[in-house]
Design a protein around this ligand. Sequence first.
Ligand code: AMP
Length: 398
Amino acid sequence: MPFSHFNLPTPIVKAIQDQGYTHPTAIQEKAIPLILSGKDIIGHSETGSGKTAAFGLPMLNMLSKCKGVNALILTPTRELCVQVSEALAGFAKYLPVKVVPVFGGVGIGQQINASRTADVIVATPGRLLDLMARGLNLGAVRYLVLDEADRMLDMGFIKDVEKILSHTPKQRQTLLFSATSSPRLRSLVNRYMNSPVSVQAKTHVDPSLLIERAYMVQIQEKFSLLVHCLKHETSGIALIFCKTRRNCDKLAKSLRAQKISATEIHGGLSQSKRIQTITNLHKRGIGILVATDVASRGLHIDNISHVYNYDLPQTPDDYVHRIGRTARAGAKGNAVTFVTPQDARDFKLIMRDIERVIKPAPLPTFEKIAMPSPTQEPSSPSRDGHRKHKQFWNRRRH
Ligand code: AMP
């Protein structure tokens, strides 16, 4: 089905063509007609599904001429906020629509000024509340999107989100996107949405293009194996996942000591540093990023050839989100998981939960390199990660 099927106005169609999109993705095909007909929807879709255009294109079609902020998109992370606002600005390039990103970690003055004349605001909850406290009015919002709502709840934003919702008119269209469901999410839906229609769409990842591998490796040999893989296998961008910020910093530093140019990205770094890292990667199209799970959601970095689960993901959802960063939009990708003897049981449970069978791959011959000390330790995962991990495995084990 071509995009023309939706009868979107010419400026939007032209912007879609500029993006190089020829056909809608599954979530777009299902969600756009429903959104255009005014329905509230719950989109069960994962990163990479094309959900930004799924809510962005009909939103732009429906923006009214009323003054003020007509559409509000809430995102859990600063990175996603920037990405969504850039994508929306791209779709709106032939329209007189101003899209303003609002996120913390940078000066507030410019955001206050920009938001005064915004038609669309894409915001993280905390900074939006700051702007509201300084006079930003949401009384003209007709269109509200909760993007990656599950993540937003996981990160403890529920009170902020509810406060923001209570400052928007009841007569609005509400769209919620989430990869997973939970009782808390359903309660949010029941209280703030109007007879929502559920739309399911599989991820954009093509399983036939994704090669998943697991290496059974001793904890003290993980680093050497990773160095070997990075030197011999990676062709585009490699995204390496660690459990904690500390592990991330340490691993990136140890890789640099091996003359492997790696950059860390996690929630502990300043916003400008995170944006700069992503921009540089996009420019070069090649590089190594060492990340926590914060980076696995929402970020779209093209040309990721390999995802390495250096530390095992905490839950099956995290596994799915991590590997969803590669093999996108028709490209091939590899997902490589390092499983230590201590991880074996959790790995088995993850595989069982997502109904996958990954046979351990034979270990390549690799040079042993000393790392200051192994980075796998149960130490201080983020509070969010720790709680999620505990909840999940308690459910599984009992
Ligand atoms: P999203 O899930 O919105 O982050 O989108 C994931 C990636 O898919 C982005 O790089 C989009 O530019 C791309 N994308 C979205 N819709 C389409 C489409 N209809 N055709 C091709 N690529 C798309």
